[in-house]
Design a protein around this ligand. Structure first.
Ligand code: ADP
Ligand code: MG
Length: 240
């Protein structure tokens, strides 16, 4: 589903991604862990070109994301992103947040988009919140709306950048449960998170990033129970 070859990204003189290679298979849930500043967000943002890579190639669903002649908006419809700070439209209701893009991009009629939005809100447990504004929601509810909004575009894969880091602790579980259900339903997901319990339970594969490189990868058992690299061991003992 996603092939990354020799991906590099610099900001001026600062080389943030040095050489990233990875393959993500359809239906896989890949969790990316690693110290703050190691380039995890930059990596995710390059995948749907919120950041312009400095070098290398990214193929998503057979399309070259790095080829500027491809319509990036079409690619982002199918490769959506969920952010730490939700990025909901605060002047729109929950329903409008979900229907805006599909209707504007002429993927669905308004009636179809509303029907689909209600199904998705039901799926994330928020059907009764369709007509309220984001300000009336808790953080956990906002993030569940943001996930429903990504799903409204019928994406083939979803990127999550620390989706629970801005939440009060008691709301983390409700968001992780929605993500866990998505993974179980076979959604292709790349998740940057510090929730090691989620990584252990839900990930098919864990990538450990350090200084702009994937320095270790494996199954959750390999990474958490038998890490090979000193950097991985040091990180895991600091977060657990
Ligand atoms: P992580 O998500 O792993 O914490 P980031 O990808 O956010 O790491 O950042 C990696 C490095 O890139 C950091 O040193 C950060 O300061 C730098 N960086 C990120 N975005 C920018 C930017 N837009 N301009 C300059 N430097 C940036
Ligand atoms: Mg980050």
């Amino acid at each position: 589903m996603i092939i990354v070859k020799d991906l590099k990204k610099s900001f001026g003189d600062l080389q943030v991604l040095k050489k990233i290679d990875c393959h993500i298979k359809p239906g896989e849930c890949v969790v990316v862990i690693g110290p703050s500043g190691s380039g995890k967000s930059t990596f995710l943002r390059c995948l749907n070109r919120l950041e312009e890579p400095t070098g290398g190639q990214i193929i998503f669903d057979g399309q070259d994301v790095t080829d500027r002649s491809n319509d990036i908006n079409k690619i982002r419809q199918k490769l959506s992103m969920v952010f730490q700070h939700f990025n909901l439209f605060n002047h729109l209701t929950v329903m409008q947040n979900l229907t805006l893009a599909p209707v504007k991009q002429k993927l669905m009629s308004e009636a179809e988009a509303e029907k689909k939005a209600m199904e998705l809100l039901t799926r994330v447990g928020l059907a009764e919140k369709a007509d309220v504004y984001p300000a009336q929601l808790s953080g956990g509810q906002k993030q569940r709306v943001a996930i429903a909004r990504s799903l409204a575009m019928n994406p083939k894969a979803i990127l999550f950048d620390e989706p629970t880091s801005a939440l009060d602790p008691e709301m983390v579980g409700e968001v992780l449960d929605v993500m866990k259900a998505l993974a179980k339903d076979g959604m292709t997901m790349v998740v940057v998170t510090h929730e090691m319990g989620f990584a252990r339970d839900v990930a098919d594969r864990v990538l450990f990033m350090s200084d702009g490189v994937i320095t270790e990868e494996g199954t959750p058992e390999q990474i958490f129970d038998n890490p090979q690299q000193e950097r991985t061991k040091a990180f895991l003992s600091a977060v657990s």
